[in-house]
Design a protein around this ligand. Structure first.
Ligand code: GLA
Length: 376
């Protein structure tokens, strides 16, 4: 990928720059908990964004998205918001750095990636983290890594219309090969957990469907959680119990009740999974994953028919754990599957899926890898 980028960079700008990369992520468990002040349990993957960048001595950015064969040029003032949606991620990162007092000038860049788009693996966080990390490094700004993650998150909020939590950007910046990270999204304390599930594999099955729902269903879920937290007199749903929730049941809508019930259950499951992993108890990990899936499907309503189908296939094939991964509304299931069962499961599930939906899901093996860094 670097070679391809380098050739284009030379063709466009007649020089060379520095290479940076940031990964996408998986999340073993802890979905829609980050903006509720709860725990998440992600890891960075070996798929990400690579960018070549060079300051150009002007106040303008010239950017080329190689995979999309699209170019954009923009200034660094608030009114310079580019028209191309992919360029808004880069523009947003620049603006968020500037708003925090960082001095950056214009630059030239070409980037490409291999994080599947729309698969729930956070290609957008990979893009934000690549540029936040690179601009910090190239300009000697000394921004701390948590702030780099927050810059990516603020980009989503302020320039891309998604009121996301911190998980994706955190994982992309802090990832470590062979380790998952349990992050407490209230205190921002985190711990690395070695993740080498002997005898098991993590496999993603990408349904290759992305349901664009009317309005903004993600932001809408977040609002439900905030409403219920408000009724409970809490800042976040984190720490609320089912007893507390039941006590206010008739003061909230049935929909908000179900959504909060999912979040409270998910909170408990993340901790249960971390404990189980330390004991090497993959059966418990797997059971929790299925519970998450059906909670996200029935209570939180962020699944879809295709992903429910894949989770059912996994159960029928004896897969240890399976669930929808990421924000929802399409994308992948993440499957914890015994090594000796893996190929058989993927084949069987793919065949059944194709017979029903007319296309086969895509399979990705997960390699837990390092976070944002400079290359070469
Ligand atoms: C998206 C968001 C994250 C998180 C997940 C759901 O990936 O960007 O902040 O909320 O959805 O867990």
């Amino acid at each position: 990928m670097q070679q391809k980028i380098s050739r284009k960079f030379e063709e466009l700008y007649h020089t060379h720059g520095t290479f940076y990369t940031s990964p996408g992520r998986i999340n073993l468990i802890g979905e829609h908990t980050d903006y509720n002040g709860g725990f998440v349990f992600p890891g960075a993957v070996d798929k990400g964004i690579v960018a070549e960048i060079r300051p150009n001595g002007t106040d303008r950015v010239r950017a080329c998205a190689l995979d999309l064969d699209s170019a954009s040029e923009f200034g660094l003032e608030e009114q310079d918001l580019p028209a191309e949606s992919w360029a808004r991620y880069i523009f947003g990162v620049c603006r968020e750095i500037i708003k925090r007092g960082g001095r950056i000038g214009g630059f030239d860049t070409v980037f490409a990636g291999n994080v599947p788009l729309g698969a729930g693996m956070s290609s957008s966080a990979a893009l934000e983290s690549t540029f936040a990390y690179a601009l910090n490094d190239l300009n000697g700004l000394n921004i701390d890594p948590f702030e780099l993650a927050r810059i990516g998150q603020a980009t989503e909020h302020n320039y891309c219309g998604v009121n996301c939590g911190i998980m994706d950007q955190f994982a992309s910046v802090f990832g470590k090969a062979g380790h998952l990270m349990r992050l407490d999204c209230r205190s921002m304390e985190f711990r690395y957990f070695p993740f080498t599930p002997t005898g098991y594999k993590l496999v993603l099955l990408d349904s290759r469907v992305k349901h664009e729902l009317v309005g903004s269903p993600y932001n809408d879920r977040r609002k439900s959680c905030e409403r219920v937290a408000g009724v409970l007199g809490r800042e976040f749903l984190r720490g609320a119990t089912m007893e507390e929730l039941d006590a206010v049941k008739d003061r909230i809508s049935e929909e908000d009740y179900r959504r909060a019930r999912y979040v409270i259950g998910e909170e408990r499951r993340v901790l249960e999974v971390c404990d189980a992993l330390e004991r090497g108890d993959y059966e418990t990990v797997g059971r929790c994953m299925y519970e998450t899936h059906w909670g996200m499907s029935k209570d939180y309503e962020v699944s879809c028919e295709e992903l429910d189908f894949l989770a059912e296939q996994a159960r029928e094939c004896g897969v240890t754990g399976a669930r929808i991964m990421g924000g929802g509304f399409g994308g992948c299931t993440i499957n914890l599957v015994r090594e000796d069962l893996c190929d058989e499961f993927v084949e069987k599930a793919s065949r059944a899926f194709e017979a029903r939906y007319g296309h086969a899901p895509k399979r990705y093996e997960v390699v837990i890898s390092d976070g944002a860094r400079k290359l070469c």
